[in-house]
Design a protein around this ligand. Structure first.
Ligand SMILES: Nc1ncnc2c1ncn2[C@@H]1O[C@H](COP(=O)(O)OP(=O)(O)OP(=O)(O)O)[C@@H](O)[C@H]1O
Ligand SMILES: [Mg+2]
Length: 295
């Protein structure tokens, strides 16, 4: 059997032409987006998706028109967190209409395109050797399609929830040359902060993407009985000055946040007076400040 690497040409598919047309559509779509923000982390499970969902809600509640791209193609979670998992996408001749949350935030996610609830995203390569390149190429393709073929309309903010790892950022920076900035999420542990430094170096020095700041998630735990703040991870570590200068906020651990995520309810809307909600709203405000927008 011939694999795609054996083909002397594009076998008549005009793949270059198709990708170029889509890249042009993407640039065209981005002209109606004021600010693009990528939410990333070096490590998995630190709260990128929770932060993205709640920042989107906070910015929407402030009167902004907000779109979200669940750029985690293999492990999409935002449709569930934002309460639109059962939404049916509407296709029009000019693209697909995003799902719209109860608050009015727009979302596109691989999760909304999979037919079955338990269907995984499979990238078929012809050999183990090709699998990595193939997956990376397909991921970038899917992301390009998500942004280019979604009818976003005019947006004040387009947030991208990236999968874990610093290696995804170059792809995003290439797709969105005028990326407004990145928000790096971490947890208070030495390993996590070490990876934050790598992400910051990659973004700032190699890709020349503006860094909006760092969000420290699950920073502490508030005792439900005595109200004291208890550290959740390493207690005796003081973050260095460079880290503190870029800090947009420290979000405490709150079991109600995890619960709200699981139920697809916007936590900041349901529990507006909790320390975590106040910190999340403050981060959203700092993002608006970064872009010089009135809050
Ligand atoms: N501050 C918090 N308080 C309580 N639970 C939280 C908090 N932040 C995140 N969580 C929970 O922790 C888990 C991981 O969060 P989330 O999925 O947002 O991380 P992630 O960085 O997007 O993960 P991945 O790298 O897999 O994409 C989820 O169950 C989420 O509900
Ligand atoms: Mg995630």
């Amino acid at each position: 059997m011939k694999t795609y690497t054996d083909l002397p040409s594009d076998a008549g598919s005009n793949i270059i032409g198709q990708v170029t047309a889509q890249a042009n559509r993407l640039q065209q779509r981005l002209t109606s987006v004021k600010h693009t923000v990528a939410v990333m982390s070096g490590k998995g499970g630190v709260g990128k998706s929770s932060l993205t969902a709640n920042l989107a809600a906070a910015l929407t509640l402030k009167g902004n028109t907000v779109g979200v791209v669940d750029a985690d193609i293999n492990g999409p979670t935002l449709a569930k967190m934002m309460g639109v998992r059962t939404a049916t996408l509407e296709y029009t001749p000019t693209g697909v209409k995003p799902a719209i949350t109860a608050l009015g935030t727009k979302l596109i996610s691989m999760d909304l395109l999979l037919a079955e609830d338990d269907a995984p995203v499979l990238w078929n390569a012809h050999s183990q050797k090709d699998a990595f390149t193939w997956r990376a190429t397909m991921e970038v393709g899917a992301l390009r399609e998500f942004i280019a073929d979604t009818e976003w309309g005019n947006l004040d903010y387009l947030l991208l929830d990236l999968p874990p790892g610093t290696d995804r950022l170059p792809n995003v920076a290439e797709l969105i040359p005028n990326l407004g900035g990145i928000v790096v999420v971490t947890i208070p542990s030495e390993v996590s902060q070490l990876i934050v430094k790598k992400s910051v170096t990659m973004a700032r020095d190699i890709l020349k993407v503006p860094i909006i700041g760092v969000v420290e998630n699950m920073a502490f735990y508030i005792c439900q009985h005595c109200g004291e703040e208890e550290p959740l991870f390493s207690a005796d570590e003081t973050p260095d000055t460079a880290f503190q200068q870029t800090l947009l906020g420290s979000i405490p651990f709150d079991p109600r946040l995890a619960h709200a995520n699981d139920n697809g309810t916007p936590y900041i809307d349901k529990y507006p007076d909790t320390p975590a909600s106040k910190a999340l709203v403050q981060v959203a405000k700092k993002i608006q400040d970064f872009f010089g927008e009135k809050t």
